[in-house]
Design a protein around this ligand. Structure first.
Ligand SMILES: Nc1nc2c(ncn2[C@@H]2O[C@H](COP(=O)(O)OP(=O)(O)OP(=O)(O)O)[C@@H](O)[C@H]2O)c(=O)[nH]1
Length: 588
């Protein structure tokens, strides 16, 4: 495999490309020739004229392209330019296609692409270029995920230098402003190594996406989303909105992934439209790029790719990385060029899949290495400089911008930690749980201490029930945290309604509640627990489903300390959990 990259800003450079002897030699014996054209130019004629000239000289070429917010040429980041990356394969194949897609067509387009892919043999990877501003790329990705694509998928959304008005994709000689270009790489001998990394750090306190409609976040923490963003970022609702908050995406955590979601524009009702989905009820935090994290993650990917030994590298990087890193953005793009000729562009949204779920990402770098045949014996990994992000510290004058920002990130992180700690301590001092309005753990410990004292003094037995809602994490994941909160609040009401007036119900932690039953022996406590278990199991919660719970029951043995008693009832609950949950355990 051979990859050549050309930077074309004029017709004379195009003439040199066409006359390039190395390209001519490789093209003669190539099994396939993929041309990727990435350009800042928004005129379709420019992209189409380059494609036409290349196809006239090399009719066997497959030509694709996109409009950009920055171009990558041999690892260098260019602005306002056009790059042409030509990948010449020796034994593998490349098929390209264009599928039209407008808003509302996404599911259909995904189905169509899946049908085509299902008929292809030996698929080694898939490159997608889309006009993400004109349809919901999330729905497209969700549709493609039904195909459980087992090979690397990568690419990005075409861009327009922050104007978010028009994006173009190119297929052969034609530019389109609404659709998907797919490049199917085929062959047993073709190996593709695909990575993505983010390097953005969640900075603000957690907030809840209270209301979401499609890709529009209407309410954030119960307030119009724009109001919240404006409060933290001091940004106006004007034509620069997207550019001004590009570097400050909302961060969400889904399973093992931390995802960034970039705002696009503000709607009339002060809701905010995003490129990729935020789910209703999801916890989000404002994020900002940490150059040290970016460089560290980049190094890890460079190291992995060094071992892979690529012959060509494609980079699809979010436009916000340029805004954040400025001219020093090459700290993360240039090292790839040490491994192999590197071509790519800055996007509006990146696609990344590696045999698992395909994701629509924002703010990330997707790096793809390609090789035909076996890797040569292991090469040394990049060892200069040895320490993580050493580039940022060696020369006190170089990379000033990044070093200051790295420190600022660290500072904000430390202050946020301190504030969270202070707020946690303050919460500990209060005695009522905000969500359920029940006594909190601090108060329950106080009440328990009183009960222990009265047992010691008057010999009155008492018992404890510790009840934990099963699979609380899954309830949150499936229905969103707001629904999870409702389940917790409804559980609190249920426990209060079905216990004696003399019993004390409190929220112990997360999805765990405690009931103190004064003047109650173990046998009676067990009856009470079984009743609560049954009531809970029958409850139809507002989200329309039933839940189950595990309960531990224990009686206070004389001379036990508070800690020993708590540990006893915890032990009983653990046994109920170990038994598979959805049951009552009594500790004799
Ligand atoms: N919605 C909501 N979720 C909470 C709250 N506090 C804790 N959780 C969630 O409760 C889950 C922890 O519950 P655990 O009991 O540890 O785990 P689980 O998923 O219930 O699993 P099992 O107990 O083994 O059935 C985590 O996902 C927390 O995020 C809260 O105030 N609101």
């Amino acid at each position: 495999m051979k990859q050549l990259s050309f930077n074309l800003d004029s017709n004379s450079e195009l003439t040199s490309l066409l006359a390039d002897p190395e390209l001519g030699r490789w093209a003669e014996r190539a099994s396939a020739m993929l041309v990727q054209i990435y350009s800042a130019q928004q005129e379709p004629e420019w992209l189409e004229s380059i494609a036409a000239a290349i196809l006239a000289r090399y009719p066997q070429a497959r030509v694709v392209g996109a409009s950009t917010v920055g171009e990558i040429h041999l690892g260098h980041t260019l602005t306002g330019s056009t790059v042409v990356g030509v990948t010449l394969l020796e034994s593998s194949g490349v098929e390209t296609l264009f599928l039209p897609c407008k808003r509302g067509d996404e599911e259909h387009t995904a189905k169509e692409l899946l049908q085509i892919l299902a008929q292809r043999l030996k698929v080694a990877g898939l490159l997608l270029l889309t006009t993400s501003t004109t349809f919901n790329a999330n729905t497209l990705i969700a549709g493609l995920n039904r195909g459980r694509l087992a090979y690397p998928v990568f690419g990005g959304g075409a861009a327009d230098y922050g104007r978010v008005k028009r994006s173009l994709v190119l297929h052969q000689q034609r530019c389109r402003d609404s659709g998907v270009v797919a490049v199917i790489f085929k062959g047993d001998d073709l190996h593709i190594d695909c990575h993505s990394y983010l390097g953005w750090r969640a900075l603000s306190r957690p907030m809840i996406a209270t209301e979401v409609k499609g890709l529009t976040l209407t309410l954030l923490d119960n307030r119009p989303a724009f109001e919240v963003l404006a409060r933290y970022l001091n940004i106006a609702n004007d034509e620069r909105f997207h550019l001004n908050c590009l570097e400050f995406p909302l961060m969400v955590t889904r399973g093992k992934h931390t995802l960034a979601r970039t705002p696009i524009s503000v709607c009339r009702d002060r809701s905010v439209e995003f490129f990729a989905d935020i789910r209703q009820g999801e916890e989000v935090r404002l994020g900002y790029g940490d150059p040290r994290m970016i460089i560290r993650d980049a190094r890890q990917v460079h190291d992995k790719m060094t071992r892979f030994a690529p012959e060509a590298v494609f980079l699809y990087s979010c436009g916000c990385r340029r805004f954040l890193m400025q001219e020093q953005v090459e700290l993360e793009t240039l090292p790839f060029a040490k491994l192999a000729p590197t071509t790519g562009f800055y996007t509006y949204g990146e696609f990344y899949g590696n045999g698992e779920d395909l994701l629509l990402l924002n703010s990330t770098m997707v790096a793809v290495g390609l090789r035909e045949g076996e890797a040569p014996p292991a090469r040394e990994t990049l060892r200069d400089p040895p320490e993580e992000a050493a580039e940022l510290v060696d020369d006190p004058y170089a990379n000033q911008h990044l070093r200051i920002m790295g420190r600022l990130m660290h500072f904000i992180d430390a202050v946020t930690d301190e504030l969270q700690q202070a707020s946690h301590e303050l919460e500990e001092k209060t005695t009522v749980d905000k969500l359920t309005q029940l006594p909190n753990r601090v108060q329950m410990e106080e009440l328990l201490t009183q009960e222990i004292l009265s047992e010691e003094r008057y010999g009155r037995p008492f018992s404890l029930i510790l009840m934990d809602i099963d699979n609380m994490a899954e309830i949150n994941d499936r229905h969103g945290r707001l629904i999870g909160d409702e389940v917790l609040a409804e559980t609190a009401q249920l426990l209060s309604a079905h216990t004696r007036r003399t019993d004390m119900v409190g929220r112990w932690e997360g999805g765990t509640f405690m009931v103190i039953l004064p003047d109650t022996q173990l046998a009676e406590a067990k009856v009470a627990a079984v009743k609560l278990y049954a009531m809970f199991g029958q409850t139809h919660f507002t989200h329309g489903e039933h839940c189950t719970a595990s309960l531990g029951v224990a009686q206070y043995p004389p001379d036990y300390s508070l800690e020993q008693m708590i540990s006893r009832v915890r032990q009983s609950l653990s046994r109920a959990k170990q038994g598979g949950g959805d049951q009552v355990n009594t500790l004799n």
